[in-house]
Design a protein around this ligand. Structure first.
Ligand SMILES: N[C@@H]1[C@@H](O)[C@H](O)[C@@H](COP(=O)(O)O)O[C@@H]1O
Length: 240
């Protein structure tokens, strides 16, 4: 696991973009695993900026998103489908037919997404991290082998995500569909971004703690090519 600590969020986002740009420059047909949440927003801004200013092309890029809420329409402003369009897809030349997000509410729908994922190799999987160490929506206790599945969100995640739903926990969907840890670990390379003090405990447990299903992100210690890009606050509890 390579850990890069940056002065602030802006620098972190630029650094993360360097990692992504290297992948898409070497392989203009790259398959990207994309993530939502506030953590990657800065990276998406860098992608859009580079596309607009330097013409970096996404014409032959394919994307698969990590997760999506269950029980809200995909046109809901807080769906991850809407998030991806707002922050990235509507601003670069990725072909709509090459973008994929989990859709549906049953395990059969999740199995169908997993089957799609198994047909490809994700060259770069982007991740954020939850305050309880979740990645995607793989909450503590999720099996390390899990494929794409339907998840009941934990209280900690419902609370954290209520900020997107008028600070009303009752408005937050209680379930989601998420790529599993097994699906994530098949990616060739993983790029995880985290910022802010609220993530410091989760980051420490991911990087320095034991590999345990209680901290889903700790499994990344077993992946051969992970780059973690942090701001100072998220890195503040690391021992070195
Ligand atoms: N499902 C998402 C994750 O993919 C994300 O990484 C995490 C952190 O979100 P944020 O970046 O907004 O802190 O929580 C959400 O619940």
């Amino acid at each position: 696991m390579k850990v890069i600590v940056c002065e602030n969020y802006e620098e972190e986002s630029k650094k993360a973009y360097e990692v992504m740009k290297d992948v898409i420059t070497k392989n203009p047909h790259a398959v990207l695993g994309l993530a939502t949440g506030s953590s990657p927003e800065g990276l998406y801004k860098e992608m859009v900026k580079d596309h607009e200013e330097n013409g970096t092309s996404y014409e032959n890029i394919t994307s698969y998103n990590l997760d999506e809420y269950v029980g809200i329409d995909r046109n809901h402003p807080e769906s991850y489908y809407s998030f991806m369009h707002k922050h990235l897809f509507d601003h670069v030349n990725i072909k709509p037919e090459n973008t994929h997000l989990p859709e549906g509410s049953t395990q059969a729908d999740a199995d169908a997404y997993e089957a799609e994922l198994k047909k490809v190799t994700i060259d770069l999987q982007l991740l954020g991290i939850g305050r309880n160490g979740h990645i995607g929506f793989n909450e503590p206790g999720t099996s390390f082998d899990a494929p794409t599945h339907i998840v009941d969100l934990t209280q900690s995640t419902l609370e954290a995500n209520s900020r997107f739903f008028d600070n009303d926990i009752n408005k937050v969907p209680h379930q989601a569909m998420s790529m599993g840890l097994g699906s994530i670990m098949r990616s060739k390379k993983i790029l995880l971004v985290a910022d802010g003090e609220a993530k410091a405990d989760a980051v420490k447990a991911m990087v320095e703690g034991p590999v345990t299903e209680q901290v889903p992100a700790s499994l990344l210690q077993k992946h051969p090519d992970v780059v973690v890009v942090l701001d100072k606050a998220a890195a503040s509890k690391l021992s070195k």
